[in-house]
Design a protein around this ligand. Sequence first.
Ligand SMILES: C[C@@](CO)(OP(=O)(O)O)[C@H](O)COP(=O)(O)OP(=O)(O)OC[C@H]1O[C@@H](n2ccc(N)nc2=O)[C@H](O)[C@@H]1O
Ligand SMILES: Nc1ncnc2c1ncn2[C@@H]1O[C@H](COP(=O)(O)OP(=O)(O)O)[C@@H](O)[C@H]1O
Length: 287
Amino acid sequence: MPWYQAPAKINLGLWVGPRDQSGFHPVDTVMQTVAFADQLYLEPSDHMLWESSRSDLPMDPANLVVRSYTWCAARIAGLPPIRGRLDKVIPVGAGLGGGSSDAAAVIRWALTYASELPFSETVHDSGELGMDVPFFVRGGTARAEGYGDILTTLPPMRPAGVVLANPGISLSTPRVYEAYDRMGKPSDGEQIGRVIEALKTGALPDSGDLINDLEEPALAVLPALREFRDLLQRTAEGFPIAMSGSGPTYFILGQDEDWAEWMARRLTARGVPWAQPTTVLDSWGKK
Ligand SMILES: C[C@@](CO)(OP(=O)(O)O)[C@H](O)COP(=O)(O)OP(=O)(O)OC[C@H]1O[C@@H](n2ccc(N)nc2=O)[C@H](O)[C@@H]1O
Ligand SMILES: Nc1ncnc2c1ncn2[C@@H]1O[C@H](COP(=O)(O)OP(=O)(O)O)[C@@H](O)[C@H]1O
């Protein structure tokens, strides 16, 4: 099957610790894939040929899809050249992990040529391409600790509707981490355990437990985001809401797909530039 889905993710709580000697910040987060996804057409070919649906995201060596192929080719002897096309729908620089997910889709394709490569080791090492990549190779629901490379698979989250809401602006992840360095004070992190407990009982997490230690830094980098967040909170009327990753996308959780479509229409009517209804997605692609 030449089409691979590269789903977006949301962070159901994101604790961030101070930058350490590695130059990175340790994290503790629960990540969840959603059905809203980039599509990648990947098939073996006799020569390399890349295409992108977006002219501002060319398939050059800076593209995570191309970097991921190069990374795989260095590990998998005999990996054939690839004919690949990226149909990009996930907003770029949105905290939804689109680039990392695209990279992981290429790894999933490449692994079909590498039955001798230990899967867990490859998943772990793929963190070299980006902190969220190991999670996306597996997908579903997982806790990511360390620098995203210590993954604990969690039971699939209950089916739920999700609305992704973005102000139409992108945010640079390194800039948000730098703002955290200037102002950051991590939460105590206990909320992550409570999110996991809620998920295990089939409940949606409480808003109060959906902490994100990068939210205040993101608001410092993009002060206009505060007004956007307030509008979303008023419109969400008590449904769990939080910022995903380094932002600026927020997500709101509700019961099902119909609810998500209703909530997205409500947000659009109130002037939200991009409100995307979707659902949670387990690692086998079930909504
Ligand atoms: C914030 C998170 C949470 O899931 O997701 P996104 O908002 O990107 O989706 C991740 O930590 C995004 O990690 P990653 O995908 O590696 O970030 P990139 O955009 O590649 O930016 C990399 C840069 O961010 C900083 N960085 C990243 C991860 C980390 N644990 N500590 C860091 O300090 C470093 O400056 C690094 O050079
Ligand atoms: N295939 C890709 N999709 C999205 N962004 C990419 C891709 N390849 C490289 N990038 C670069 O990666 C950075 C982060 O992208 P993205 O994964 O969309 O954001 P985030 O880390 O906020 O979830 C952007 O600067 C973008 O130019």
